[in-house]
Ligand binder design. Sequence first.
Ligand code: NI
Length: 328
Amino acid sequence: MISEKIKKLNRRAEWLKFLILGVIIVSVGVGAGVAGVMNWRKHEAEIAAEQRERVARRKIMEREQRERMEREEQERKERIEREEKERMEREAEARRMAEERKREVERKEILEDLEKWQRGMAARVGKFTGKKLVALTFDDGPNGVTTPRLLDILREKQVRATFFMLGRMMQNFPEVAKRAEMEGHEVESHTMYHNDLTKLSREGVESDMQVTDGVFLKVLGRKPRLMRPPYGAMNEAVRGMVGRPLVYWTVDTLDWKYRNAASVHQRAMAGVFDGAVILMHDIHATSVDAVAGIVDGLRGAGYELVTVGEMAAAKGVKMVPGGNYYGF
Ligand code: NI
C-alpha cells in the first residue's frame, strides 16, 4: 500500500519535473522569440529611419539643385535685361548726340542768318544816325480783322513796325503775316502757343521753337530772327535754348488791360525816350485805334519810327542769341 503511494508520489514528482522543465523550455523559447521579434522590430525601425533620412537627403539635394537652376536662370535673365538696357542707353545716347549735332547745325544757320540780316540792316540805317528813335511793337497777332486795319494805318503813315506773332495765329492768317512782311515790317516770333517758356520742360521749349520755326518757314520762307518771350518770362536755361536775341520792351501801354485808345496813347507818350521799345497788341481794336495818334504824337516830339532791327543797327548794337534787349 505504502509502496503504491510512494510510486504514485514518485510519478507525480516525475510529472511535475517534466512540467517545470517544459515550462522552462517554453519560457526560454517564448523569451527568445519575443527578443527576436523585438530585435527584428528594432532593425525594421532603423531601416525605416535610414530610408526616411535618405529620402530627406535626396529632397534637400533636389531642392538645392532646383534653387541653383532657378538662380542661374534668374542671373541669365538679369544679364539679358542688363545688356538690353545698356544697348538701349547706347542707342539713346547716339540719338541724343545726333540731335545735338543737328541742333548745332541749325543754331549755326540761325546765327549766320541773324548776322547777315544785321549786316544788311547796318548798311541802310545811316539816315537814322543821331536821330531820336522809337520802335512800335505789336504782339499776339496776326488777327484777321484788326491786323489788316493796323497795316492800312501804318502804310498810310509810312511807318515800319515790328510784329511778334504767334505761330498758331500765323497758321490761321498766313496772308496777313505775309502782307506785314511784304510791306516792310519786321515779323518775328512770339512762340507758338504763348506759353510761359520758363514753365515748360526742356523738350517743351525745344519743341515749341521747332514748331514755330516750321510755321515761319512755311508762311514766310525763313525762320524767325528775334524772339519775344510771352509775358517777358525768361530764365538762364531757356535763354540758352532759344538761340535768338530776346527782345522785351521799355514802354508798356497796358493796352490789353485798359481797352481804351486814349489810355494807350497817353501811356505810349508818357514813357517814351530815345531808344525806347513800345509794347502794344494788334489783336485789340482799341490799340489799333490809338496808333495813328501815337505816330503823330511821336513825330511831333521829334522821333523817327523804326523797327527793332533798324534801331539796334542804328544804335550800333549787335544783337546776339540769348541776349536780352529791352531798349537800345
Ligand atoms: Ni504776348
